[in-house]
Design a protein around this ligand. Sequence first.
Ligand SMILES: [Zn+2]
Ligand SMILES: [Zn+2]
Length: 267
Amino acid sequence: MTTGFKYAILASGSTGNATYIETDKQKILVDAGLTAKKIEESLESIGRSASDIDSLLITHEHSDHIKGVGVLARRYHMNVYANELTWHKLLDDNMLGKIPPEQIRTFEMGKTLTFDDIDIESFGVSHDAVAPQFYRFMKDNKSFVILTDTGYVSDRMAGTIEDADAYIMEANHDIEMLRMGPYPFRTKQRILSDKGHLSNEDGAMAALTVIGNHTKRIFLGHRSQHNNIKELAHMTMETSLQQHDVDTHVVQIIDTSHVDSSPLYEI
Ligand SMILES: [Zn+2]
Ligand SMILES: [Zn+2]
């Protein structure tokens, strides 16, 4: 028996998102926003196999979170979890193809469910999907939070996710790059709105609100390919933490990639 758990960020970015979490008893995917083939390869790159996945948790119905869900679910017979409103949207609009009914599971917003030896709490975010929710994973007094795809971080959300050991924190865009960039005006407005995405500055502010004594790692997630630069996102987080006397040797800031998996981290 090992304490804690392991996780790897298979991909993070506006082009596709997937995170892997494992305990002795559960192998979990959060989102499958790349092709099934790409996710199989990412898992192989960390010495794992898609055939071992027990549960797939969906955050919301945007394609950068669900692209590979249908194929993976049919190929590997994993249970797929989302809240009821999201399931309605996914099934009514036939976004996944046919999913065997026994694999369709609900995970309502604000609930904590136990998956064998790990507890998972869902929390709502502010984003332009029907009922978007992200997750906090908790085992042996250690926790890991994924938070992307939100226009802002409410006090309530901050309370739910405070003092985790590790975070994927959204650093979607640099506001000036977005404003000057190629996107149509309406798309820019959407991204900047309360139901869009966190900018580098927003993500840094959110991190400052929630980090605590347990916090060791912050992964910069869901970075836009058009409206951000890895170094800029990193520097914004680093500068903000240092300005607030957070030791960035203790709290490590780690970039993510939209193509390559991270190593498997132990929490
Ligand atoms: Zn989204
Ligand atoms: Zn997204």
